[in-house]
Design a protein. Structure first.
Length: 404
C-alpha cells in the first residue's frame, strides 16, 4: 500500500537525482494565463489550462545546474492542467483533473502515464504542479527527455477534491488514469502534438498499484484503443487478500498502520458495507477512527488494534463481503501481453515484497512471457525508490522509439 508520510515524498523526489546522477534543487514555477479551451467534439477533455512553458535551462536551474542534467532535459516542455470527464466508484460521470507535460519537439513522441504515490494534501496533486508533486520533478524530466507525460490526480484531488479519495481502489484508479490518457490524446490533437503510438505506464507504491490496475484494464477491456508498449509498476500492494491476512497475523508494531486503516475505510464505504468501526477495531480506537478518520492515533500492533471477531472472520474465511472487496482489488493474477518489469525492495516494511513475487509467479503460471521480477536487494520502501527510477528509465529505453 502506498503511503502518505513526508519521509516518503522526500524519498520519491530523490528518484530523479539518483536516476540522473545529479542533485535536484527545487525552484519556483513560472505561471502563464494562456488557456487552450477544449473543442466541442472532445469526448473526455473539458479544458486545458497552460500552467507554464519551461526551457531546458529552466529545468537545469530547478535541478541544481548540474551539467549531467543536459543529457536528459533535451526539449522545452509545456505543462497543462487538464480537466476531463470520467466516472466515480458508483459509475456516475464526474470531472477529474491531472497534469499533462508535453515536450516541444518536431517529431512524434511516446505517451507515458505516470501514476503518483499516496498524497494527503491537495498541494501534492499533479494538476497543482507544485514542488510537492511528483510530476514537478520526475514527470517534467521524463517529458523533457521526449515523452508526453499524462499524470492523473485520481479521484479526490484537483477538480474532484470535494469527494474522498477512494484509496487503493482498483477500478477508479484504473478508470481515472485511462480517461486522463484519453483526454491527453485529445489535447495533443488540438495542440497539433504528434504521438508515435507507443504507450508506457509507471508508478511507485500507490502509483505502482494504479499502474498495474491500469495495465490490466487497458489490455483486457480496451485492446482496440490502447496498445501498451511496456509497463514498470513498483512496490504496489497487488495481492490485497494476502496482504490483509499478513496484517491481521502480525504481532508487532506496523509503522504504516494508518494507511492500512485508510484502505479498510475506503472498502467499507465503496462496497456498501457501511459497518461501524467497532466491528473492525477495539476501543478506544474504534471511536477515535469513527470520529477522526484513518489518521487517528491508534496502537500500531494489529493484535491490540483489531477486534478479535473481525480478525477471525477474515482469517477463517467467513467474512464474505469484506473478502469479496479484497478479491475485487487483487490485481496480481492475470496475464499481461506487453513487457512488464516488477520492481520491489526485498526488505520493504510497508508493502511486503511478496506482493510482487506473487504477481510474477501468477503471471508465469498463466503463460506470460515478457514479465521480469527485479528485486532491489535489501531495499526498504523508501531506499528502493531511487534504484527503481534508474531501472524504470533503462527498461523503457529498450522499447522507446528515441527522438533524434
Amino acid at each position: 500500500m502506498p503511503f502518505s508520510s513526508f519521509k516518503y515524498r522526500n524519498a520519491y523526489y530523490s528518484l530523479m537525482p539518483l536516476l540522473f546522477s545529479i542533485g535536484i534543487l527545487f525552484g519556483s514555477c513560472k505561471k502563464q494565463t494562456d488557456v487552450a479551451p477544449a473543442v466541442p467534439e472532445n469526448a473526455y477533455l473539458v479544458s486545458s489550462d497552460l500552467i507554464g512553458t519551461y526551457q531546458p535551462a529552466d529545468l537545469g536551474r530547478r535541478l541544481g545546474n548540474n551539467p549531467a542534467v543536459s543529457l536528459f532535459t533535451r526539449f522545452p516542455v509545456k505543462v497543462y492542467k487538464v480537466t476531463y470527464r470520467t466516472t466515480d466508484a458508483a459509475g456516475k460521470e464526474i470531472q477529474a483533473s491531472g497534469a499533462a507535460v508535453v515536450p516541444v519537439m518536431n517529431q512524434p513522441a511516446a505517451l507515458l502515464s505516470h501514476q503518483h504515490g499516496t498524497i494527503t494534501s491537495e498541494s501534492g496533486a499533479p494538476s497543482n504542479y507544485g514542488n510537492s508533486s511528483e510530476v514537478w520533478s520526475a514527470g517534467t524530466v521524463l517529458a523533457s527527455s521526449g515523452y508526453v507525460v499524462s499524470a492523473p490526480d485520481y479521484l479526490g484531488y484537483g477538480a474532484s477534491k470535494s469527494i474522498p479519495h477512494p484509496y487503493e481502489h482498483r477500478a477508479t484508479l484504473a478508470s481515472a488514469s485511462r480517461d486522463m490518457l484519453r483526454a491527453v490524446r485529445e489535447l495533443c490533437e488540438g495542440q497539433k502534438v504528434a504521438l508515435n503510438g507507443q504507450l508506457f505506464l509507471t508508478g511507485y507504491s500507490e502509483g505502482g498499484y494504479a499502474t498495474m490496475s491500469l495495465h490490466k484494464l487497458l489490455e483486457e477491456e480496451h485492446a482496440d484503443e490502447f496498445t501498451v508498449t511496456a509497463s514498470a509498476p513498483a512496490a504496489g500492494a497487488y495481492d490485497k487478500t494476502e496482504f490483509a491476512k499478513y496484517i491481521l497475523n502480525s504481532n508487532q508494531p506496523l509503522s504504516f498502520i494508518n494507511t492500512y486503516l485508510w484502505v479498510l475505510q475506503t472498502y467499507n464505504g465503496v462496497y456498501g458495507l457501511d459497518r461501524p468501526f467497532s466491528y473492525y477495531l477495539n476501543e478506544p480506537y474504534a471511536t477515535q477512527v469513527q470520529q477522526s478518520g484513518a489518521q487517528a492515533n491508534v496502537d500500531q500492533n494489529p493484535q491490540k488494534l483489531f477486534a478479535p471477531g473481525f480478525k477471525a472472520a477474515v482469517l477463517n474465511g467467513t467474512d464474505a463481503p469484506l473478502l469479496g472487496a479484497f478479491a475485487d482489488n487483487d490485481v496480481y493474477d492475470w496475464k499481461p501481453t506487453a513487457p512488464v518489469a516488477l520492481f520491489h525492495g526485498t526488505a520493504d516494511d510497508f508493502v511486503p515484497f511478496f506482493n510482487s513475487q506473487h504477481a510474477y509467479d501468477a503471471m508465469q503460471r498463466r503463460g506470460a512471457t515478457q514479465v521480469e521480477l527485479r528485486p532491489i536487494q535489501g531495499g526498504n520502501h523508501f531506499s528502493s525508490a531511487a534504484q527503481f527510477a534508474l531501472g524504470m528509465f533503462g527498461f523503457f529505453e529498450q522499447f522507446r522509439e528515441l527522438p533524434e
